[in-house]
Ligand binder design. Structure first.
Ligand SMILES: O=c1ccn([C@@H]2O[C@H](COP(=O)(O)OP(=O)(O)O[C@H]3O[C@H](CO)[C@@H](O)[C@H](O)[C@H]3O)[C@@H](O)[C@H]2O)c(=O)[nH]1
Ligand SMILES: O=C(O)[C@H](O)COP(=O)(O)O
Length: 321
């Protein structure tokens, strides 16, 4: 297997200083939006927003806006993020004429209608070990390599072990057991992508607007595969960001995520499972002792470029002005 892509499209976050990135951005005349999708992240979102704001907006003018997409939170995520200095949009309030779906991908798709940067960078809101370079370094390849249009972050991933306070370096269970094997089998050109599911990535707006976007956790895999299919693997770069730790989901939650990823990959290989896949959980039972059932949504939003302007709302039967 050729490692050519890995060798010439893999960078380290130390390859650029923030000042160099600011100079490059100014020279290229580009603007950058940071988007943070967040559902019930009041514990971490405030610290994340205030740190990127201080380092990448106030100390150095790298970001033009920081937007938190509040994804159906039932806690104080929106207020905490606003007080920390972000512009906050409730996903449900953005383009209501297009309807509302739940999920991370929906928050990211709708962010296109409330941001204006030529480049959109994404950052998860549940990080507990990270730094502002998780955002700034993603811009390096986009600002220096004319052919690069999508940049993925990668890192050493920590996993909390039972027993309290113990960690291993074997985090990213869905990444290692589902996403990377799927890429290796179906799109081997992408097998050098270290963290295909990383929530830290940056993309040219004009490319993102041409892609369909799964409403749930399939967004990262879809954007990666579709960029490869549409633009070629050299349009993708990756940056080593060091170490990352985040809040872990339950194994059952990860099972649903894995199901969605496999269905999204299948769809791109010509096998469509429809908009919903039934799943069963054997670790819990209903009143009759049978395994509980649930469904995983496999819906996608169309490319934003084809979505027209907001339709006027109909007020009391008359078209509102
Ligand atoms: O309905 C949702 C669910 C999650 N999130 C936010 O999305 C981010 C990541 O979600 P999380 O549940 O922490 O995902 P992980 O278990 O960490 O999943 C990994 O794998 C996913 C599938 O590729 C990626 O989307 C994630 O970014 C990546 O961290 C966080 O800021 C969440 O608050 C939403 O905005 N809406
Ligand atoms: O990227 C992944 O595989 C999922 O986010 C799960 O990560 P974890 O195993 O570190 O919880």
């Amino acid at each position: 297997m050729s490692d050519t892509w890995f060798d010439h499209r893999t960078y380290r976050h130390t390859d650029w200083t923030v000042q160099r990135l600011v100079d490059l951005k100014r020279r290229r005349g580009l603007t950058v939006s940071l988007v943070i999708p967040a559902r019930d992240e009041q514990a971490t979102v405030g610290g994340i927003v205030s740190r990127v704001r201080a380092d990448l907006m106030e100390r150095a003018p790298l970001l033009d806006e920081i937007v938190v997409m509040d994804s159906d939170s039932t806690d104080d995520t929106g207020r905490v993020a606003r007080e920390a200095g972000a512009v906050v949009h409730r996903v449900v309030d953005v383009r209501p004429d297009l309807g509302h779906r739940r999920g991370k991908g929906e928050a990211m798709w709708k962010s296109q209608f409330v941001t204006s940067g030529d480049v959109i960078a994404f950052l998860d809101a549940d990080l507990v070990e990270w730094g502002p370079h998780f955002v700034s370094a993603l811009l390096g390849p986009l600002l220096t390599e004319p052919g690069v249009r999508l940049v993925k972050g990668f890192y050493d991933r920590l996993l909390d072990l039972p027993g309290g306070g113990r960690v291993s370096h074997e985090g990213g269970r869905v990444t290692e057991l589902v996403a990377r094997p799927t890429l290796a089998l179906r799109w081997p050109a992408l097998s050098g992508v270290v963290q295909p599911l990383s929530g830290e990535w940056a993309i040219r707006r004009d490319l993102f607007a041409q892609l369909s976007v799964p409403s749930g956790y399939g967004v990262e895999l879809a954007v990666l595969v579709d960029t490869h299919l549409r633009c070629g693997v050299d349009a993708i770069a990756q940056v080593d960001l060091g170490r990352r730790a985040h809040r872990h989901q339950s194994l059952r939650g990860l099972g649903a995520m894995a199901t969605e990823l496999l269905a999204i990959a299948d769809r791109r290989s010509g096998i469509d499972h429809g908009s919903e896949v039934p799943i069963r959980w054997f670790d819990t039972a209903d009143e009759q002792g049978r395994p509980r059932t649930g469904t995983v949504g496999i819906v996608e939003r169309p490319p934003a470029v084809g979505v027209g302007p907001e339709r006027p709302r109909v007020l009391g039967g008359a078209v509102g002005r």
